[in-house]
Design a protein around this ligand. Sequence first.
Ligand code: F3S
Length: 758
Amino acid sequence: MAFDLEMIRAVYAGMGSRIEAARTAVGRPLTLTEKILYAHLYGGTVSQAYERGVSYVDFAPDRVAMQDATAQMALLQFMQAGKATAAVPSTVHCDHLIQAKDGATADLAEANAENREVYDFLASVSNKYGIGFWKPGAGIIHQVVLENYAFPGGMMIGTDSHTPNAGGLGMIAIGVGGADAVDVMAGMAWELKFPKVIGVKLTGKMNGWTSAKDVILKVAGILTVKGGTGAIVEYFGEGAESLSATGKGTICNMGAEIGATTSVFAYDEKMGDYLRGTGRADIAELAGAVRQHLRADDEIYTQPERFFDQLIEIDLNTLEPYVNGPFTPDAAWPISQFAAAVREHGWPEKLEVGLIGSCTNSSYEDITRAASIAAQAVQKGLHVNAEFTITPGSELVRYTVARDGLLDTFAEMGGVVLANACGPCIGQWARHTDDPKRKNSIITSFNRNFAKRNDGNPNTHAFVASPEIVTAFAIAGDLTFNPLTDTLAGANGPVKLDEPRGVEMPPRGFAVEDAGFQAPAADGSAVQVIVDPASDRLELLEPFRPWEGSDLMGLRLLIKAQGKCTTDHISMAGPWLRFRGHLDNISNNMLIGATNAFNGKANEVRDWVSQGEAYVPVPQAARNYKAMGIGSVVVGDENYGEGSSREHAAMEPRHLGVRAVIVKSFARIHETNLKKQGMLALTFANKADYDLIEEGDMIDILGLTSFTPGQPLQARLHHTDGDTDLITLNHTYNEGQIEWFRAGSALNLIRLKESGGA
Ligand code: F3S
């Protein structure tokens, strides 16, 4: 399968000297996290030590992976950069838009019909720009990346929060927004606050019902959903080396549930086995030759308490299986205490559905362990008391486990195989239920279990566990069942389930007929990108206009937002996600969640130019101003734009004619996103000046002809009573970012440079 041996060779060739330079700069031994990060500095030179948890650093990741929902706007933007190909190896994975309903074949056919225009666009744009395209049904992004692209010591970004799954193969893999993917594909630096490092030492060896999933379920209980924020979790110890690469992947995948930037394991024999088993013996050999760079320095392992920001120790010998939930993945219950918790909290004891697989847990090892439980249902004459579904992570896994008879085993117990796609894991599940208002319980081997996550139903209590525990619960149909100690009614009396048995790698090797990969054209210059002009889901982007070269006079105040204004308030998700590839249509959600400071209401602002006193929705007011050639201004409160890195929150205002966003303070990522789109992201030098902004104000932004780093700008406020105020506005633009503003956007500047025009 397509991987980039030359790129990996180059990464390894540069690692030794960079790590040496970093060790000298930092003046102490290095963790694995630090080795990989310092080896991936943008520009390549290690010239200083960075402070963990403090310094902002520019990196150059090796790869980009995008799922189909986020890839749409990312690639529409990338087209604006004027490049012939993506600057680093990149892939697109069609996994998020397939709804689970009747089983793999029917569901895939329906998704292909329903999303045809999106798939055609993604396939053609990938083909043109040298990007690998994984068709619908090929598998879930993280599983496919693990099988094909992840490599020890590498660094990648992916437009999905469970990208850290690739840490199972020793890669620093970070989940980001589409805008970050565009930066890296366009050859720009990718910025990250240098993370803290949490060490997790695993001692002992797992046995019986305990699996890798239980390590992360326990860690989630210790660290909680916020405990990993701003940190990379580094696993080490003899216990770590005993885990399969895919088990490590499961642990890293769910690091997202504790808010970690990512998680990583050092290179070991298990990773070598997995690389060889998935047709990458050459990478295993290369990694083996630089093994010392793919693990922390020895002192880190002998005195971990000195070098990690936080240290956790888990003894695998005594680790119990866990069940986490409901409604949050950090409510961690050892199986021995779970039944009592279910009764005490009054959670519905009857289990209605067990779901295994997904990007988190669908390795060959997972499937064989779960199948060893499923087989017992038939052998021991057990009645299966809950619905049961299997979501394979990739066609490679699906084909192999089908060949080896494992899907037949699940079918015998009444299991339904769903498409190789996210499905119920992301709420793409047309669940068959007689009464959605009834409180009910389900259990999955997925990663997230927030309310409504799987089936959109707030009454569903979702629990998370390993695939083998999920399978056992599905047979019992009862949440108070403990498979380690309890019996079930068999054909000839009570029976107990035997411990699961798994096989890490398929004894006959992996196999697949059609993995679902489309390699890009060698020369994509003649390839046409397919976008139906009549589409309401996709629209080619027009470059934003460059700065006109003068101060901005007579802008209209669009909204003075009060209180919290997150990227969700600026660009709501939910039903709007359908339009994420169509900037004009999705702009109809612009700022509709923000509270207007003048009337305390959302999505009601005065449009003084055409509507007088009447209130109109925010997007409509913006469109009215834009139609008259009048620019507008958004005013906001503290930490404006916090939340996700959603680029739509910056693109929509730009598209609808907003020229400046003036706030008390910004969330950093949103501030940068505004700058990238060629907007003015400004802060009140005196926060009390927020109160000077009045309804109906016209605003001039002054000082732009001498726009300089570190020099404030000014705004003149023209109030409706004829008074004016002159206020000072701070900014954080550096020279390069001022260039973005002048060019109209960062991508405009890149395009200009590509064409030799700047
Ligand atoms: Fe996300 Fe799909 Fe996994 S929704 S959690 S990538 S199965």
